[in-house]
Design a protein around this ligand. Structure first.
Ligand SMILES: [Zn+2]
Length: 60
């Protein structure tokens, strides 16, 4: 599976996971994933992937 590890998050007021419009970028997104378990899991997974990539580079 070659899923994109870097999300194409071009619109900061749109949730990249469900496409919903956010009340505001940043804080609005945090509120949004707080109320949407699926999006929160997607975000955690995405963040974990980033952390994993960084860890891989740093361990070299
Ligand atoms: Zn969402």
């Amino acid at each position: 599976m070659t899923a994109t590890t870097t999300m194409d998050w071009t619109d900061p007021v749109t949730c990249p996971f469900c496409g919903d419009e956010l009340p505001s970028p940043g804080a609005g997104f945090i509120d949004h994933i707080d109320e949407n378990g699926d999006c929160e899991r997607g975000f955690e997974h995405w963040r974990a992937n980033l952390a994993g990539d960084l860890a891989g580079e740093w361990s070299g």
